[in-house]
Ligand binder design. Structure first.
Ligand code: GLY
Ligand code: MN
Ligand code: MN
Length: 423
């Protein structure tokens, strides 16, 4: 399927879901890194999902009644393109991105009233884009003023988030291909880190090897700041300083994933820097490993999304009791969710165009969503015994262990996309 057909089909499904009205989506603004230098630009995942358009200063108007797609984009500009890079321009937006019409972004406020006036519903997410909010508020204010115009603009503003994110949650085959590629590259980077790691190296040296492998294999870069956490740094969940020298008896926790055409991988491995676990390290590692296996075994269509989490928690609770980190009656500890003090985070999140991908985990009544083929979620149990933790055996203090894989729900059950990163 051609790339533009992929996006056209997504828009068609979005139109069906909208039922009526006009949707308005804005590109993420560029973010300043230093006064006139920007961070690497990351397109808004929702706009990208529906259009494939990746430039800043853009807006899409999607009309479900007419089933048309209008793009507002940066105009061609020879001088700016010389300094900042190529632009599609309105011509390219029509030619390459399947827009029915395209105009310069600067014309948006002028053209928007006529594009929206007929609609009964405006699908727009307030609170996500400051300039967009301003443009929409003044559009609605203008309609309110036009008391003599028989078409007074939309009476309803509806949030398209649930619809869009429910679509994003179930990956189509062309998305799975990209997620598989993202997983393959992440696995290669983890293998590289494992090969290089030894006591005496600095955490940033492993980070450099990982991020270099990402780029060398064609990923756009890390999907989130690469975590290389040695020793007790591994008890900081999103540790990113990466500047400590790895010690001889340390565990090293590496949480690193990359981005391929927008799609994230998210993988964690924990291993002894020296190649050999100490006994307490081994006991906790085995607990996390078993918890992960139990959780992965629970992934299949029709299962509530948090069943794998519960399976992992059972195993972790048993292990915490066995090693004496928790003491007391199992039933009581389970009721109090006592494992939480050391397990800290949930076992899973959705994965896709966002590393913590969008989409609801529960329905309106609070019931957990059921897994469906095409969903991708992480399975990432962990145990973290902070160095200042009171009342736990000394030998476990300062240990942090997480194992994280990316799991695709299939018709038959599940496929672990990142299995070949060594455990
Ligand atoms: N790397 C962030 C996470 O595992 O959720
Ligand atoms: Mn994760
Ligand atoms: Mn992670």
């Amino acid at each position: 399927m051609s790339r533009s057909l992929v996006f056209a089909r997504r828009r068609a499904r979005f139109f069906d879901g909208m039922k009526e009205g006009v949707a308005l989506l804005f590109a993420t603004p560029e973010a300043a890194y230093s006064h006139d230098v920007h961070y690497r630009y990351r397109p808004d995942p929702d706009l990208f999902y529906l259009t494939g358009f990746t430039e800043p200063e853009a807006a899409a108007v999607l009309d479900a009644d007419l089933r048309t797609f209008t793009l507002f984009v940066r105009p061609k500009d020879r001088s700016k393109e010389t300094w900042e890079g190529r632009r599609s321009g309105p011509e390219g937006a029509v030619r390459d991105h399947g827009a029915d019409r395209a105009y310069p972004f600067g014309d948006l406020s002028k053209r928007l009233p006529d594009l929206v006036r007929r609609a009964h519903v405006l699908h727009y997410v307030f609170g996500a884009h400051a300039e967009g909010d301003r443009i929409v508020a003044s559009l609605l204010a203008r309609f309110r003023r036009e008391t003599r115009n028989p078409k007074r603009g939309p009476a309803t503003v509806a949030d398209p988030t649930d619809l869009l994110h429910a679509m994003r949650l179930v990956k189509a085959p062309e998305e799975i291909v990209l997620m598989e590629r993202s997983a393959v590259i992440a696995v290669a980077a983890h293998r590289e880190a494992r090969r290089l790691a030894k006591p005496g190296l600095f955490e940033y040296q492993l980070e450099a090897a990982i991020d270099s492998r990402f780029r060398a294999m064609g990923a756009s870069g890390p999907a989130y700041p690469t975590i290389v956490a040695s020793g007790e740094n591994a008890t900081i969940l999103h540790y990113t300083e990466n500047r400590r020298r790895i010690g001889a008896g340390d565990l090293v926790l590496v949480d690193a994933g990359c981005e391929v055409d927008g799609y994230a991988s998210d993988v964690t491995r924990t291993f002894p820097a020296s190649g050999r676990f100490t006994r307490p390290q081994r006991r906790l590692y085995d607990a996390v490993f078993s918890a992960q296996r139990a959780a992965i075994a629970a992934v299949r269509p029709g299962t509530p999304w948090d069943t794998p989490h519960e399976a992992a928690r059972e195993v972790l609770l048993d292990a915490l009791l066995e090693v004496g980190i928790l003491r007391g009656r199992r039933a009581v500890l389970k009721k109090k969710n006592a494992a939480q003090r050391f397990a800290l985070h949930h076992t899973s999140h959705w994965l896709g165009l966002d590393v913590h991908d969008r989409g609801r985990y529960r329905d309106e009544a609070g019931a957990p969503r059921k897994l469906e083929p095409g969903m991708v979620l992480t399975i990432e149990p962990g145990l973290y015994v902070r160095a200042d933790e009171k009342g736990v055996p000394k030998e476990y203090r300062g240990l942090g262990i997480r194992l994280e894989d990316d799991v695709l729900v299939t018709e038959a059950g599940a496929r672990v996309l990142t299995e070949s990163a060594p455990k």
